[in-house]
Design a protein around this ligand. Structure first.
Ligand code: ARG
Length: 466
C-alpha cells in the first residue's frame, strides 16, 4: 500500500507490506462481492454520524452521493479493485475519500472488525431470503410432479428391498417435508443473523455517543415484533461467527437432503428401475458410449454435498481455539460461506428445473407395484382383523410366502385351499387383500400413503406453497 493512500494504516508504518505479504493477506479477490452491503452499511453509519454531529448535512450528502456513484460504477464493471488495498472495505473507502474529502470521517468509531461482521450479516440475510424462495420452488416442483402422477403407485423400499406399496406422490412429499424443516431451520438462523454488530468498533465500542439503534433500524435489523436487534457485547460482536456456522450447518443438512433425493432420482432413472425419464436437456451423454444418457445434475447435487459438509468442518475448525476477539484467521470464513451459499442455491435451482423436466414411466411403476408380496403385511393385518394376534399372524404369512416360493407361485396365485393348508383362519375374502387399489384406499391414517390421505397432503402443500 502506498504511504499516500487515503486509507493507509496511518503513521505507524514506514512503508507498505512486501508484495508477497500483500498477496497473501488480500481478500479483495473474494470479498468484493460484499460491496453492495458495504456501501449500504456505510451510508447508514454516515447518516448516524450526521445525527450526532460528526458530519455536517452537506458532508453526509456528499458521502451518500459518492457511495451511490461508486455503486453504479461497480455494477457497470467500471470500478477498479486494487489488491494493494486489501479488502472491499478499504477499496471503497479509499475511492470515496479520493472523491469526497469528508470520506476521511466515515470510519469514525468504526473498525473493519465490526464493519465486516455487519457486511456479512447483511449479505447472508439477503442470501437466506433468496435461498428460502428457491427451496419453495423446489418443493413446488416436487408437488407438481406428484400431482401429475396422482394415481401412480410404486414399491416403497426399506434396505432397498421392496417393502410396501406407496403412491409415487407420497415418496416425493417425504422430500417436501424434509425441505420444510430445512426452511424452518434457515428462518431460525435468520433470527440470529439479523442482529446489528455495528458500534462494536474494533473490540471495545466507542467513546463517542453512537446511536446504534438508529443504524440498526436503517439497516432493517428489526425482529418480527418490531424490536431493534443489537449485539449486546462488543467483544462478541466482532468475533462471533456462530451465525455463519449455523447457516453452513443448516445448509449441510439441506445438501444431504438433496443428496438423498438425487440418489433416488439416479436409481429411478436407471434401466433397472426405469421409473422416470429425465428430459434430454437435463441430462448429459457419454463421450464414448453413444447410448448413454446420464443423470448428471443429480450426481453433481450428490457430489457437491461433500464440499458443503467440508465447508462446515472448515468453519468449525477455524473458530476452534481462537482467542478473543477478532483474529485475522476470521478472513478465511468468507470463501467457505460464499461457496456454501452458491452451491446450495445453484443445486436447489437445478434440481427443481430437472424435476420440472422429468416424466414418470407409469407402466414401469405399475409393473413394479403389482408385485403382490408388497401386500404381505396387509395379509397379516387381515388375520389380525379376524382376531389373531399379530405375532402369530406374521408367522402364518411367513409360511404362506414360503409356500408360494416352493410352488413357484406369486402370493395372489395361491388358492384358498393352499392358504387354509397353512392356517384355517383364512376365509374366502383373503385373496381380496391383493387388490392394490383397495389396499391403497385403506391406508388413511395421518401420514400414511393412502389414496385420500395423499390427496389431502398434496392439497395441503399446494395451498401452503402458493
Ligand atoms: N478482510 C478482513 C476480514 O475479512 C476485514 C477485517 C480486517 N480487520 C483487521 N483488523 N485487519 O476479516
Amino acid at each position: 500500500m502506498s504511504k499516500k493512500s487515503p486509507v493507509s494504516r496511518s503513521g505507524r508504518f514506514t512503508g507498505g507490506p512486501a508484495a508477497e505479504v500483500a498477496q497473501f493477506t488480500e481478500s479483495i479477490s473474494f470479498d468484493w462481492r460484499l460491496w453492495r452491503h458495504d456501501i449500504q452499511g456505510s451510508i447508514a453509519h454516515a447518516t448516524m454520524l450526521q445525527k450526532i454531529g460528526v458530519l455536517t448535512k452537506a458532508e453526509l450528502n456528499a458521502i451518500t452521493k459518492g457511495m451511490n456513484q461508486i455503486g453504479r460504477e461497480i455494477t457497470a464493471g467500471q470500478f477498479k479493485w486494487k489488491p494493494e488495498l486489501e479488502d472491499v472495505h478499504m477499496n471503497i473507502e479509499a475511492e470515496l475519500t479520493k472523491r469526497v474529502p469528508a470520506g476521511a470521517k466515515l470510519h469514525t468509531a468504526r473498525s473493519r472488525n465490526d464493519q465486516v461482521a455487519l457486511d456479512v450479516r447483511l449479505w447472508l440475510r439477503d442470501e437466506l431470503t433468496a435461498l428460502l424462495g428457491e427451496i419453495a420452488g423446489l418443493q413446488r416442483a416436487l408437488v407438481s410432479l406428484g400431482e401429475k402422477n396422482v394415481d401412480v403407485i410404486i414399491p416403497g423400499y426399506t434396505h432397498l428391498q421392496r417393502a410396501q406399496p406407496v403412491y409415487f406422490a407420497h415418496h416425493l412429499l417425504a422430500y417436501v417435508e424434509m425441505l420444510e424443516r430445512d426452511c424452518e431451520r434457515l428462518w431460525d438462523c435468520h433470527s440470529r443473523v439479523n442482529v446489528c454488530p455495528l458500534g462494536s468498533g474494533a473490540i471495545a465500542g466507542s467513546t463517542l455517543p453512537l446511536k446504534r439503534e438508529l443504524v440498526a433500524k436503517l439497516l432493517g435489523f428489526v425482529n418480527a415484533a418490531g424490536q431493534v436487534q443489537l449485539t449486546q457485547n462488543s467483544m462478541d460482536g466482532v468475533s462471533d461467527r456462530d451465525f455463519m456456522i449455523e447457516f453452513c450447518s443448516t445448509a449441510a443438512l439441506l445438501a444431504i437432503h438433496f443428496s438423498r433425493l438425487s440418489e433416488d432420482v439416479i436409481l429411478w432413472a436407471s434401466a433397472e428401475f426405469n421409473f422416470i425419464k429425465i428430459a434430454d436437456a437435463y441430462t448429459t451423454g457419454s463421450s464414448l458410449m453413444p447410448q448413454k444418457k446420464n443423470p448428471d445434475i443429480a450426481e453433481l447435487a450428490r457430489g457437491k454435498t461433500s464440499r458443503v459438509v467440508g465447508n462446515l468442518m472448515s468453519l468449525l475448525t477455524l473458530l476452534k481455539g481462537l482467542p478473543m476477539t477478532y483474529n485475522r484467521d476470521l478472513q478465511e470464513d468468507k470463501e467457505r460461506l460464499f461457496d456454501t451459499a452458491d452451491t446450495v442455491r445453484a443445486t436447489t435451482r437445478l434440481l427443481a428445473a430437472m424435476l420440472r423436466n422429468t416424466r414418470v414411466n407409469q407402466p414401469a411403476c405399475a409393473a413394479a407395484a403389482s408385485d403382490p408380496a408388497l401386500l404381505a403385511t396387509d395379509l397379516a393385518d387381515y388375520l389380525v382383523r379376524k382376531g389373531m394376534a399379530f405375532r402369530p399372524a406374521h408367522h402364518v404369512v411367513g409360511a404362506v410366502v414360503a409356500l408360494a416360493e416352493k410352488t413357484g407361485k406369486l402370493l395372489n396365485q395361491l388358492t384358498l385351499a393352499e392358504l387354509q393348508s397353512v392356517d384355517k383362519t383364512f376365509g374366502r375374502d383373503a385373496l381380496g387383500v391383493f387388490n392394490l387399489k383397495t389396499a391403497m384406499s385403506k391406508r388413511n391414517i395421518t401420514g400414511a400413503p393412502g389414496t385420500k390421505e395423499v390427496a389431502k397432503q398434496l392439497a395441503r402443500w399446494r395451498a401452503q406453497l402458493s
